[in-house]
Design a protein around this ligand. Structure first.
Ligand SMILES: Cc1ncc(COP(=O)(O)O)c(C=O)c1O
Length: 436
């Protein structure tokens, strides 16, 4: 460690001055990270961890990719920042590359600082386009942590944006813990769609601006929708003139093995939101991709939204470089190969030797282990046991992604079969050591 201060001293200063997300501050003991390369993260004492979290499921290309780091450095030397009203060469290239990867039917991208404000702006666009207010989304979802900033704003920008109300929730499909008493994926799909239509009718379809869904819900448990569900939602939206926003913040840009997770489903949304994997989080960025119809609407209608760092040159340069290396190093086919040939079978085998693993589900480099007290009741494993398992994983130098009663198996897309085998052995040992 080049810094002359002791680790203890630095930790004390950190605990005194830093306020962390989603936490009771007094309970925290954060790992202090020094550097990271590829699949590995190193703490300030030099200990190496195999990263099976991709941090917050965002480091799709792995850590410190030299091509992307160099592109950011070069861009910083050329033009480090510029106001959002200006164009720049990296902004032209990033927008072109992002829209091309969304597929047919998309026209433009509005860049934001991250995923939450991407969703805010997609909702804003849908409300303006439809002249309606309500937004339907699922109970098992995460879409970001903003919502009040523009309503607290005092000037004119508040008035077209006073939408703190109008959010309605429904249940999406989840065969393992069905809300619909289903016994098959087909039944779950059919019943979830019937439920959604009843919610639309109950709310009044002509009050609903948008349905907002993660194409594959991530933090809520990596629940790949059954075949036909997203297409069924699209059909309901079309029937009632409702916009479909697909949130690809976590599942997009290669995580599931395709550029967009929805590409594996027979559906085209009106708006796509993204962040994380688009540049692996090397610089904060997100965005909203507009369909041709929505893009042309805003050709002659005001869009009352903006951000100081929209189209930030460092973010733009990092997107161009990150998408470039994803392609040249064939990271998407690797994600598919790893998911189908190594994770799916390997995790199923883990489940067969540890009954605490109630369900294994996912696609690409996006899998979850659902841990249960009893496979028959599916009662979720409690926080103390999950904490003990996490500790055992960390003790074996694996950085896990643990949420509620689940371990999300979400490595960077550059992971090798050997590293998967190593991680599977660690999950196995850690479950045994924790008494499962
Ligand atoms: C699906 C989804 N949408 C939105 C967000 C919010 O993104 P951000 O934290 O960049 O605001 C997240 C973050 O985890 C996410 O997983």
């Amino acid at each position: 460690m080049a810094d002359k201060r002791s680790y203890d001293e630095l930790k004390k200063m950190d605990r005194r001055r830093n306020f962390y997300s989603w936490s009771i501050q007094g309970t925290l003991d954060p790992l202090m990270v020094s550097h990271a390369r590829g699949m590995y993260v190193y703490d300030v004492e030099g200990r190496e961890y195999l990263d099976f979290s991709s941090q917050l499921v965002n480091v799709n290309i792995g850590h410190s990719h030299p091509v992307v780091v160099q592109a950011i450095a070069d861009q910083a030397a050329q033009l480090a920042t510029v106001a959002p009203a200006f164009s720049s060469i990296p902004r032209v290239d990033a927008a072109t590359m992002v829209v091309e990867r969304a597929g047919e039917g998309f026209e433009k991208v509005f860049f934001t600082n991250g995923g939450a404000d991407a969703n805010e702006n997609a909702i804003r666009a849908a409300r303006l386009f439809t002249g309606r207010t309500k937004v339907l989304s699922t109970y098992r979802s995460y879409h970001g942590n903003t919502g009040s900033a523009i309503v607290a704003t005092g000037d004119w920008r508040r008035q077209p944006n006073e939408y703190a109300t109008g959010h309605v929730h429904f249940y999406g499909p989840f065969a393992y813990r069905s809300e619909f008493f289903s016994t098959s994926e087909e039944q779950e799909c059919e019943r979830a769609l019937a439920h959604l239509e009843r919610v639309m009718q109950g709310e009044g379809p002509d009050t609903i601006a948008a349905v907002l869904l993660e194409s594959v819900p991530g933090t809520a448990g990596i629940m790949v929708p059954p075949p036909g569900y997203l297409a069924g939602v699209r059909a309901l939206c079309d029937r009632y003139g409702i916009m479909l926003i697909l949130d690809e913040v976590m599942c997009g840009f290669g995580r599931t093995g395709s550029w967009m997770a929805f590409h594996a489903h027979d559906v085209t949304p009106d708006l796509i939101t993204f962040a994380k994997g688009v540049n692996s989080g090397y610089v904060p960025v997100g965005g909203v991709i507009f369909s041709s119809e929505l893009a042309s609407y805003f050709d002659d209608h005001m869009f009352p939204g903006g951000l100081t760092y929209s189209g930030h040159p460092l973010a733009m340069a990092s997107i161009v470089a990150a998408l470039g290396v994803m392609e040249s190093e064939k990271m998407l086919p690797n994600a598919t190969m790893i998911g189908e040939e190594h994770l799916r079978g390997g995790l199923a085998q883990l489940a067969s030797s540890h009954p605490v693993v109630g369900d294994v589900r996912g696609v690409g480099c996006f899998f979850a282990l659902d841990l249960v007290v009893d496979p028959a009741t599916k009662e979720p494993l409690g926080a103390p046991a999950m904490g003990a398992i996490k500790k055992e994983l960390m003790a074996r130098n694996l950085l896990p992604f643990v949420v509620d009663n689940r371990i999300h198996v979400v490595p960077p897309l550059i992971v090798t079969p050997d590293q998967v085998a190593q991680a599977l052995a660690i999950y196995d040992e850690a479950l045994t050591a924790a008494g499962f």
